[in-house]
Design a binder for this molecule. Structure first.
Ligand code: UDX
Ligand code: UDX
Length: 461
């Protein structure tokens, strides 16, 4: 059996590496239009940082896992083709700023239809609006060669960055959506046959395609909604001197609520939550469910507010006078154990501090200075010459902190914990009063105060 995956990103690369590892008899080819990315998958260093990924790739690359830019060849040879290209928020026209931009997915469908000379099972791996399979099948059917048949399955990924390999190797569940026709069910069985190499059958859920597509969007919306809910409570904790971690522990012990995804933070980031909620809200609105759309949109609005609220706290501590003050930012990735900065709260915080005319000295153990500068440039509405000279990318936490007025923790990297970093030594190199703002729950604020910092956290004293 040969399978192909179009899109060698954070999702396609790790997913196919694990399939190849678990199914030695399946030949897996991952293709991407980005030649640089493919070269990196082939020759290293790998284009995505993910704990455990290197070991899996080292076992299977060249054995039954291949990375290539030959999209047509991979389509021609494979019986099953996963679509794992990006689906960003549309930036133009109808649905701008909300709807998912499906042009890459559509491009894949057209290419598959053009090239395929044998029957193919096309698997939606990317997160897509509900009923996208209809669009894909429409293109495949309209443009196919005579006698070639297609089945479209939905098989969304649920992996979280930083834990992708563990999530793929022992998932909570796998979702396979298909048509309920004999051909659709047979295609689903083929895909299920891959996963049962290492996953118990009762963890594989089947449904129609639409439920599967919608389940993925809903899962992300619910996860993000929990974070926005606890972040809303964090604000009230700060004004009432309640402690958000204690509130979270108390409610999380209720089995009906559960303890996960109740960590108050400076705001969720990552490529999925914002984009998928806006896409879900757009779908609701399109179908006339305006209140439902507004409900989901408020999850994103709460997240934006949380980031602004955190920056306001910093600015207030400096009596609104941040001109020329050096602020050390610890962490730029959207969470620990990844080099991904998409939608990272650090971007918004850095840009807002730059608007206040501060100097930001940024350190991240995995994100390169080029990536930091690129992410800021892409997100900033202001001309680069107004702020770029005030961005310093530091090689280590100590050099970020030297002569700084504040440390702001934005990513919960273990490197920034008090067990690893000597905060007393850092403090000695700072301006006084020295401030510390923890946008994660990494540090004990009382301990930091005892060292001499004026310290602030989210939802706690
Ligand atoms: C993407 C989507 O963002 C997410 O919604 C979905 O669930 C899975 O796919 P990710 O893998 O993180 O997530 O995206 P990214 O790292 O950007 O990878 C996509 C890859 O597709 C890129 O390497 C890009 O070069 C490639 N691509 C894109 C193509 O090969 N052809 C295209 O036409 C478009
Ligand atoms: C998410 C989903 O978890 C995953 O199932 C889906 O396939 C893709 O989107 P990811 O974005 O990689 O995965 O990371 P996740 O662990 O969900 O974290 C997202 C953001 O929420 C991060 O910025 C994280 O710091 C933040 N977060 C998470 C909180 O602020 N509080 C929490 O309690 C949990």
């Amino acid at each position: 059996m040969r399978i192909a995956c179009i899109g060698a990103g954070y999702v396609g690369g790790p997913t196919m590496a694990v399939i190849a590892d678990k199914c030695p008899e399946i030949e897996v080819t991952v293709v991407d239009s980005n030649a640089e990315r493919i070269a990196a998958w082939n020759n290293g260093p790998l284009p995505v940082y993910e704990p455990g990924l290197e070991a899996v790739v080292a076992r299977v690359r060249g054995r039954n896992l291949h990375f290539s830019t030959d999209v047509d060849g991979a389509i021609r040879d494979a019986g099953m083709i996963f679509i794992s290209v990006n689906t960003p928020t549309k930036g133009y026209g109808e649905g701008a700023g909300c709807a998912a931009d499906l042009r890459f997915v559509e491009g894949c469908a057209r290419q598959i239809a053009k090239i395929a000379t044998t029957d193919k099972i096309v698997v939606e791996k990317s997160t897509l609006p509900v009923r996208t399979a209809e669009l894909i099948l429409g293109i495949l059917t309209a443009e196919r060669r005579a006698g070639v048949n297609f089945q479209v399955l939905s098989n969304p990924e649920f992996l979280a960055e930083g834990t992708a390999i563990a999530n793929l190797e022992s998932p909570d569940r796998v979702l396979v959506g298909s048509d309920k026709t004999p051909e659709g069910l047979a295609a689903a069985e083929k895909l299920i046959g891959i996963y049962t190499h290492w996953i118990e059958r009762d963890k594989i859920f089947t449904s129609n395609v639409w439920s599967s597509e919608l389940a993925k969007l809903t899962a992300n919306a619910f996860l993000a909604q929990r974070i926005s809910s606890i972040n809303a409570i964090s604000a009230l904790c700060e004004s009432t001197k309640a402690n958000v971690a204690d509130v979270a522990a108390a409610i999380g012990a209720d089995a009906r609520i559960g303890s996960k995804f109740l960590r108050a933070s400076v705001g969720f980031g990552g490529s999925c939550f914002r984009k998928d909620i806006l896409s879900l809200a757009y779908l609701c609105e399109n179908d006339g469910h305006i209140e439902a759309a507004n409900y989901w949109r408020s999850v994103v609005e709460m997240n934006e507010w949380q980031k602004r609220r955190f920056v306001r706290r910093i600015v207030r501590a400096f009596s609104n006078s941040m001109f020329g003050k050096r602020i050390a930012l610890f962490g730029f990735a959207f969470k620990k154990d990844t080099d991904d900065t998409r939608e990272s709260a650090a971007i918004a915080v850095a840009l807002q501090l730059l608007e206040e005319k501060a100097v930001v000295a940024i350190h991240d153990p995995k994100v390169s200075p080029e990536q930091i500068r690129r992410a800021l440039r892409e997100a900033s509405g202001a001309p680069a010459e107004e702020w770029e000279s005030r961005v310093i990318c530091a090689a280590n936490p100590a050099s970020a902190v030297r002569d700084a007025h504040a440390i702001v923790i934005l990513t919960d990297w273990g490197e920034y914990s008090a067990q690893v970093l000597d905060y007393a030594a850092l403090l000695r190199t700072m301006n006084r009063p020295a401030f510390l703002f923890d946008g994660t729950a990494l540090l004990d604020l009382a301990e930091m105060r005892a060292l001499g910092f004026s310290s602030f956290g989210i939802g706690r004293e």
